[in-house]
Design a binder for this molecule. Structure first.
Ligand code: F3S
Length: 106
């Protein structure tokens, strides 16, 4: 599966969802996840993310591995999203800021 990692938090650019052939993205208030039961590992979303937040599971950086479980955990709680929308208002300011996990709204 592919995994959305920390840099999506408070950015949520949503470019990723337009290219997903299986509609596997799920949307929270300030973060998206990928449903691991639906993702077919096509990888087309990876270059679409302006925050470089999406990785193949085997390529998730060491300090981001907790996001593999977090995508699986939050997928049933978040709603389906398959059309892009405006990024969050301060997305460009938050892009690249480290340690955003405490800001994740569930
Ligand atoms: Fe998040 Fe990147 Fe998609 S910031 S919403 S994973 S385009």
């Amino acid at each position: 599966t592919h995994v959305v990692t920390e840099n999506c938090i408070k950015c949520k650019f949503t470019d990723c969802v337009d290219v997903c052939p299986v509609d596997c993205f799920r949307e929270g208030a300030n973060f998206l996840v990928i449903d691991p039961d639906e993702c077919i590992d096509c990888a087309v979303c990876v270059p679409e993310c302006p925050a470089n937040a999406i990785f193949a599971e085997e390529d998730v950086p060491q300090d981001q591995v907790q996001f593999i479980a977090l995508n699986a955990e939050l997928s049933p709680e978040f709603g389906m999203i398959n059309r892009s929308k405006k990024p969050l208002p301060d997305a460009d300011d938050w892009n690249g800021i480290p340690d955003k996990l405490p800001h994740l709204q569930r």
